[in-house]
Structure formats: structure tokens, C-alpha cells
Design a protein around this ligand. Structure first.
Ligand SMILES: Nc1ncnc2c1ncn2[C@@H]1O[C@H](COP(=O)(O)OP(=O)(O)O)[C@@H](O)[C@H]1O
Ligand SMILES: [Mg+2]
Length: 648
């Protein structure tokens, strides 16, 4: 069952038309008030929060205060209340994007644009402070941009307390971001308007540099930095920024409120003076937005098999691989500090890149190497999806041919074995390749040394499998995850009931993450139960683990979600059209976007694109990282292509 109302449904006096976004406290819909015929943005809070009586009281009280705020740069609140136990807030729908999306698209803002937008936000904040209200959650995601106008949302909205959070995290809702939170807010001290000055300073820093004030991999590292580390120096990140700006950010982000600007107007006035003393050289170069072409439809998520499960035809597995050897797996998780340093380095590289007038097509700095295709595409069967490397061989599941191709890494000596209808995902264990067979509701274990095979029945319409230790997890469209014993190839115990329509799955150290495309969430499974459910993008198809995060490719929203496995915090990066495959290895995250024929390299620390996008014709789909290379199946072309991962 869906944890939140779905679109198309009536909710109190409203009809829910579309999802505008998801946040730390719930889902925001485009909705229509049925009697007034007014289109609104309707925020429906997570059921876990709505159930909490204390929280409910505070929410309704504080939304009254927010509704009383009447400022041209504050999103007007129309209505707040409760429907069937779910709290909601109706507000003016601001057409456009939030500032977080603008920054993802553009990298940074020009000085004038940044000052003009944040000037409006600062005005609204100063007016609220005079009225005794503190926003407490100023961040790019709460600044909605419509043309050259900015609107602050979530004003004065109550933030869950620690007690609420404990209840929430226990049931899988995640915390908001500490990226802009003032030290006194983190330590739970009394707040006044200067906490918002601090946050606005952080947002200004990000608008000008493209970097959060304290870019760290883990939330606890961000919290620590907010409390103890010196404020960032924008001119060090982007040498074209005047050093005078360092002083302005330093003052806005001072640890003690008494050391900060007293008002937002003071902060923005100081920033304007600093920026106007800027040198005459070109100062602002927009980093080109990743292309998001919406092109040809791609049948990358085949519908579940309509036919009743047929008995799988006897498999003829490929013969033994005599030159079997252990293949080096992807790099293990980098230590936290190394990750943080890597993230800083990437920011510096982006700054250099922009200084050189760079965009997507220019040469990156010499310290980095873009990923690139090596060699010719290797022909395989029809509509290949899963790709794996094990036993020193390359294996590909050809969905339309009903075969498993096995060949040397250079594509030579290819042999195809029949494996039954609709083989889809592949997984590997030490001495086996696992083929998920959608049409026959089963997984086939193929011994890479002896060529023998075993079959285990799984749920209805399985697509993907993940191996971890002595288990292989197979996810099915019927919401089950079947655990198969890696050695015997037989199902172990009853399937796990995860619910929804399951697609991609990944597992590490006994923790399993699985995408549920029916509910647009990723679920964490531990000890045989779903213990966390995290909203991601639309139609999540594949999942990978690596670089300190869980990665989800959202085919319907052309994005990748970076999920912090500890906090559940989600960062979203736009990639190309209809991303399907995601894998981690060689220090990067790899994403295929089949609708525009691209392969994306993302930085695991930030989730953002790292270096040039690789063009790969023929609808790139499945991806794996092995033997120092990235391997991609092209579904339309019927090929596998090897990519040199480069470096960043
Ligand atoms: N009034 C609005 N008009 C249009 N879009 C909105 C509005 N309010 C929120 N959104 C969209 O919904 C997303 C989620 O909002 P929200 O739940 O407040 O997230 P968060 O918890 O991160 O602040 C926002 O980033 C924005 O894109
Ligand atoms: Mg918000």
C-alpha cells in the first residue's frame, strides 16, 4: 500500500493532480480545490508525523502564523488541516523551479542574479524577524524561483523535534538537511533571526561557488563542520571571486550569532560591495546544464510477462571457462575523510573548469581524464540487458533471444547458450552467473567452471538479482524478494514480502536495497523485513551501492537519487533521458540514459556529474564495472561496449 495519497485521488476538498516534489516531511502535489477551481501546491505530511499528537498541534498552530505573514516574497498559505489523519498545507503554486534545481541545472548564478533573488528572500526574512518569526530552514529547496522573482516557502513551519524524528526514522522517513543550519540550531539553543542570516549566507555561498558551505559525505561530518570548522572561503573555490567576499561569508557564517550581520539586508549590502570591487576579468561562467533530451520511447522496463509461467525449457549452459580467474571487484568504500577531500577536490576542479570558459565540450583540467569508449562495440544477442564479468569472461543476458552470451573480454570466442524466455538481470558470485528469467518466474544459476545449471522458482515476474556473501536476492514485480543460497542455487525460506512492484536490487553486508516502482521509493531490508522506505524519483528502476551511498536510477524523472544509507538523506541529480542502469566502481557512479544514448559518470561524494558525458549509440541500458572498465549493453544495437573510466 502506498504510504501517501496517490495522484488522481480526491483528498478532502482537493483533487491531487501531480507530484511537484518530495521533501523531508512529505510530498508536495499540484492539486485543485474542487469548489474554488483554484490550483494550489498541497503539501501532505508523512503519515508518521501526522499521527503524532504533539506534532499535529504545533503544525496547525504554526501554519496559522505562517498564513498571517503577508509579504510579496513569501509563498501565500491558503489553508491547513487534516484529511483522514494526514496533515496538509495548501499554498500558492509557484510555477517554476526551486533554487536547488536551478543550481543543479546551472552550477552557479551570476552576481546580479544571485543578489537580486536573495535580496527578495532577505527582505522577507527581515520582515518576519521584526514580527518575531524565525524561518529555521532557509535552503535552496525552500526558495522557489519564478522568472526573476523569488518566493520563500515553508515559513515558520514547525520542524520535527528529536522525539518526532526518532519515531519517524524508525518508520523510515528521513531527516532534512543540516547543510545550512546554524551552530545554535544544531546545539538546540534559543534561536533568533540570526540563524536565518547564517543560512542565507550559506545559500549565497552556494549560488556563487556551486558548492554547499561544508560539502561532506556524511551528515555527521556536516554537523561537526557547522559547529567547529572555519567558514568556507569562496575565493579559494572560485579564484575569480573577490577575496573581499571571503570576509562577508566569514561574517555571515560566524559561529557566534553576535559576530554575524544583524540583518539579511546588511549581509546582502556587504556582499554587493564586495562583488562590485571585483576585477574586470570575466567573472562568471555558467557551467553548462546536463542535457535532458526527451527522445524516443525506450522499452527498457518491459511489462511483466502476461503469459502464465511456463515450465522453463531445459537450459544449455555454456561450457566451462578453462581460463577461469578471480576478477577484481570494484573499489571498496573510501574512508570518510578521503571522501570529503575528494568532494572538495571535485569542487575545485569544477571551478577551474568554469574559469577556462569550460562547458560540456571543452577539455577538462589535465589532472582529470574523461571516461571514453575503448574498442568497437561487441555484438551479442537481441535486446541485451544484464551484463556481468566473472571468471575472466564477459556474460550478457539477451532478452529477446532468450540466450546468455559468454565471451572473452575482447569479445572473441563468443558462445550463446539458451536460458529460456526473457532473461533480464544478471548477478555474479564466486563461481556462478545468475540469470533472472522474467517469463518463467525463476533464477538460473550457471556454474562458470563446470557449466552446470540449477533453477530456483521466485516471485511473479522477476527482473533483477543481487549477490551478497552466500546469498543471492531476486526481486519480483509481485513485491517479493526471494533469497537463494549461493552455493546450492535453491531458495532459502519464505520470500521476503517487501510490497509494491520491485525492480532493481543491491545488497552489501546483509543489507538489501530494492526499488519499488509502484510507490516511487527505495526500500531497505534488514533481517528479512523492510525497515526503511525512502521516496526517490519517478519509476525507480535500478539500484547500486558504493562510494558511501545508495544510488537509484529514476527512469521516469530522468534523474539519479543519491541516498545516504545512514541518514536517509536524498540528493537528486538530473541525468539524461530515461536513465536505466546504475553501477558503482573505479571511484565513480555510472548511469546509462537510453533515450539520449549517453553514459554518465557521477562523483560519489556529491552525486553530480564528473567530467564529460560519454556518447554511446544504440540505447545504453545495463551497466557493470569490472576488470578496470565499465561495460554497457546497448539494447537497441545488440552490443556491449567497454568504457575506460578515466579519472577525476
Ligand atoms: N508552493 C509551491 N509551489 C511549487 N512547488 C512547490 C511549492 N512548495 C514546494 N514545492 C516543490 O516541492 C518540493 C518539495 O517541497 P518540500 O516538501 O517543502 O521539501 P523540503 O522538505 O526539502 O523543504 C520543493 O522542492 C518544490 O520543488
Ligand atoms: Mg520545502
Amino acid at each position: 500500500m502506498s504510504p501517501v495519497p496517490v495522484t488522481g485521488q480526491q483528498f478532502g476538498a482537493y483533487r491531487l493532480d501531480d507530484i511537484l516534489g518530495r521533501g523531508g516531511m512529505g510530498v508536495v502535489y499540484r492539486a485543485e480545490h474542487l469548489h474554488l477551481s483554484r490550483t494550489v501546491a498541497l503539501k501532505v505530511l508523512a503519515p508518521e508525523l501526522s499521527r503524532d499528537a504533539d506534532f499535529r498541534g504545533r503544525f496547525l498552530r504554526e501554519s496559522r502564523m505562517a498564513a498571517a505573514l503577508d509579504h510579496p516574497s513569501v509563498v501565500t498559505v491558503y489553508d491547513a488541516g487534516e484529511v483522514d489523519g494526514s496533515l496538509y498545507l495548501a499554498m500558492r503554486l509557484v510555477p517554476g523551479e526551486d533554487l536547488a534545481a536551478v543550481l543543479r541545472r546551472k552550477g552557479t548564478l551570476g552576481f546580479d542574479e544571485a543578489l537580486a533573488l536573495l535580496g527578495q528572500v532577505g527582505d522577507a526574512l527581515d520582515a518576519a524577524h521584526v514580527a518575531g518569526l524565525v524561518h529555521r530552514d532557509v535552503k535552496p529547496g525552500n526558495i522557489l524561483v519564478e522568472g526573476n522573482r523569488a518566493f520563500l516557502t515553508d515559513f515558520g513551519l514547525t520542524k520535527p523535534t528529536q522525539a518526532d524524528m526518532t519515531a519517524m526514522t524508525a518508520t523510515g522517513v528521513f531527516l532534512g538537511t543540516p547543510d545550512y543550519a546554524a551552530p545554535e540550531q544544531i546545539s538546540g539553543s534559543r534561536l533568533d533571526g540570526r540563524a536565518d542570516v547564517y543560512a542565507l549566507g550559506g545559500v549565497l555561498h552556494e549560488c556563487l561557488t556551486g558548492s554547499r558551505p561544508f560539502p561532506r559525505n556524511a551528515q555527521v561530518a556536516v554537523l561537526y563542520a557547522q559547529l567547529h570548522e572555519p567558514p568556507p572561503r569562496p575565493s579559494e573555490l572560485r579564484p575569480e571571486l573577490p577575496p573581499a567576499l571571503d570576509g562577508v561569508i566569514g561574517c555571515a557564517l560566524a559561529k557566534a550569532p553576535s559576530q554575524r550581520y544583524a540583518t539579511c539586508a546588511e549581509l546582502l549590502g556587504a556582499a554587493r560591495s564586495a562583488l562590485e570591487e571585483r576585477p574586470t576579468a570575466p567573472r562568471h561562467v555558467v557551467v553548462e546544464a546536463p542535457p535532458t533530451a526527451a527522445t524516443a520511447a525506450i522499452p527498457a522496463t518491459p511489462p511483466p510477462a502476461a503469459a502464465p509461467p511456463a515450465a522453463p525449457p531445459p537450459a544449455t549452459p555454456p561450457p566451462a571457462a578453462p581460463d577461469y580467474r578471480r576478477v577484481k571487484r570494484g573499489r571498496s568504500r573510501a574512508p570518510l575523510i578521503a571522501g570529503a577531500i575528494a568532494a572538495l577536490f571535485v569542487v575545485a576542479a569544477v571551478a577551474l573548469f568554469a574559469l577556462g570558459g569550460g562547458d560540456d565540450s571543452s577539455e577538462p583540467p589535465s589532472s582529470t581524464r574523461p571516461a571514453r569508449v575503448t574498442g568497437d562495440p561487441i555484438p551479442v544477442g537481441k535486446r541485451p540487458f544484464g551484463v556481468a564479468v566473472t571468471g575472466g569472461r564477459l556474460w550478457v543476458a539477451n532478452n529477446s533471444s532468450g540466450t546468455l552470451s559468454r565471451m572473452a573480454l575482447d569479445g572473441s570466442g563468443r558462445k550463446d547458450g539458451r536460458v529460456g524466455k526473457q532473461p533480464f538481470g544478471l548477478a555474479t558470485t564466486d563461481d556462478a552467473v545468475w540469470v533472472v528469467r522474467t517469463a518463467s518466474d525463476s533464477v538460473l544459476r550457471v556454474d562458470t567452471q563446470r557449466g552446470q545449471s540449477t533453477t530456483a522458482g521466485v516471485g511473479d515476474a522477476p527482473f533483477f538479482a543481487a549477490a551478497d556473501g552466500d546469498s543471492v536476492y531476486v526481486s519480483s514485480d509481485d513485491g517479493t524478494v526471494t533469497v537463494v543460497d549461493a552455493a546450492s542455487g535453491k531458495a532459502r525460506g519464505e520470500p521476503i514480502q517487501a510490497g509494491g512492484s520491485l525492480r532493481g536490487i543491491a545488497a552489501e553486508n546483509g543489507t538489501v536495497w530494492v526499488a519499488d516502482r509502484a510507490n516511487d521509493v527505495v526500500k531497505r531490508i534488514r533481517d528479512g523485513k523492510v525497515d526503511k522506505t525512502i521516496p526517490v524519483g519517478d519509476n525507480p528502476v535500478e539500484v547500486a551501492i558504493g562510494g558511501g551511498a545508495v544510488w537509484v536510477a529514476n527512469k521516469g524523472s530522468d534523474s539519479v537519487s543519491r541516498v545516504d544509507p545512514d541518514t536517509g538523506e536524498v540528493a537528486t541529480t538530473k541525468v539524461g533521458g530515461e536513465p536505466f542502469g546504475v553501477a558503482y566502481g573505479e571511484g565513480h557512479v555510472w548511469v546509462t540514459s537510453g533515450a539520449d544514448d549517453k553514459v554518465w559518470r557521477l562523483d560519489p561524494g556529491t552525486g553530480r556529474r564528473s567530467g564529460r558525458v560519454v556518447k554511446l549509440p544504440g540505447q545504453p541500458t545495463g551497466v557493470t564495472v569490472a576488470d578496470g572498465s565499465v561495460w554497457v549493453t546497448a539494447n537497441d544495437a545488440g552490443t556491449v561496449t567497454r568504457i575506460d573510466p578515466g579519472s577525476s
